[in-house]
Ligand binder design. Sequence first.
Ligand code: SAH
Length: 250
Amino acid sequence: MGKVYLVGGGPGDPELLTIKAYRILKEADVVLYDALVSREVLKFTRPDCLRIYVGKRDGKHSLPQEEINHLLLKFSKVYEKVVRLKGGDPFVFGRGGEELLFLREKGVEVEVVPGVTSAVAAPSSAFIPVTQRGMASSFAVVTGHPNRDVDWSAFSKVDTLVILMGVKNRQRIARELIRAGRDPEEPVAFIEKATTPDQREVFTTLGELAQSPPEVSTPAVMVVGKVVDLGREVLSHGQHRESLQEAHQA
Ligand code: SAH
């Protein structure tokens, strides 16, 4: 019986993979990965490693979670090292917990390898500190997925709000947050394709977002709070893109 590794693949830049994830990927017999995993990271696998894509295809749905669970179980009976590779951290909106419970119930040994989550890496890479002395002493991460019922009033007093999967729903989220008591003047940032050479930032305010939302492409992390202005300030002096580009060319 093999072992299943639930591995965080980091936010995009392959250099943000942990050394542990890198080692396990190099040794893997089979890797099941989804859309947000960078192709660069997959290159670390052995040439004979079986690589299976289980994410969304051309707008179609990803493989149902149940099927992924059963594939993991099946492979664990045949292979020694089965890797379930996810973008960011496997337990941050990654359904890693469901896989863990299923596999444990079936008696399969599981190891979790934490990853750098986009929830923090995206703001960081846009020079937005999620906490800042005297400015933000709390942050929360919440799903903005249109199918999830979120009680937005619970987030009216969190200093920095980080929203994943919120692009489609951005206008409604802004309206809900204003209704819950947040200031319409509050700055908002979207960080698209964070930590990749295509990273782009879109700055706006809650009020503007509620009225006429700017174009944003996916994947993007939405950040609400005073700290957004710090990133905007640094980026307006324009030194960052060269450094990101250099890192990728190196
Ligand atoms: N487990 C992942 C999150 C999965 S939910 C993690 O820890 O990062 C998917 C959401 O993550 C996307 O809708 C988007 O909001 C965010 N995301 C993931 N990678 C991203 C990236 N490189 N740039 C911007 N947003 C990203």
